[in-house]
Design a protein around this ligand. Structure first.
Ligand code: FES
Ligand code: FES
Length: 155
């Protein structure tokens, strides 16, 4: 069975093991290595991507569930040369430490801000992605900075 979907607005198809998790497809077949493997059991969030504009943990999504869906990875977050507000804010707040969790953090934050452009600490705490370097305070600041960027762009 061949399944069809898009990744970062490019049409893709896959004719193989449709029980394979999306994360494996992205890294090994599509060669999009920005999305990371951490735990493989939907706990850490390193593998977070968007499916139809909602953040999901791609390590537990089998390919058979993505027929007709639109996938966005961290490589597709910027619009051409224009960084997404979260990317810009992450740079300005110097969030990253080892960096391993950060693609997933960015994707989770972008999803939150697509639904809430003025998140408070409680809203931000709904993001449960793990950072073993403990960058949570900078992530919080960067999400609030990204929210300001988005609000200003909407004026
Ligand atoms: S690798 Fe998917 S949640 Fe940890
Ligand atoms: S920056 Fe190192 S795990 Fe988050």
């Amino acid at each position: 069975m061949t399944i069809h979907f898009t990744v970062n607005n490019k049409a893709m198809s896959f004719d193989g093991d449709i029980d394979m998790p999306l994360l494996w497809y992205l890294r090994d077949h599509a060669k999009l290595s920005g999305t990371k493997y951490g735990c493989g059991i939907a706990e850490c969030g390193a593998c977070t991507v968007h499916i139809d504009d909602r953040a999901v943990r791609s390590c537990v999504i089998p390919l058979k569930n993505i027929e007709g869906k639109n996938i966005r990875t961290v490589e597709g977050l910027a619009q051409g040369k224009k960084l997404h507000a979260v990317q810009q804010a992450w740079i300005e707040e110097d969030v990253s430490q080892c960096g391993y969790c950060q693609p997933g953090q960015l994707m989770a934050a972008a999803d939150l801000l697509s639904r809430n452009i003025d998140p408070n600490n409680k809203d931000i705490a709904e993001i449960t992605n793990i950072c073993r370097c403990g960058t949570y305070p900078r992530i919080r600041k960067a999400i609030k900075r990204a929210a300001r960027i988005i609000r200003e762009e909407k004026l």
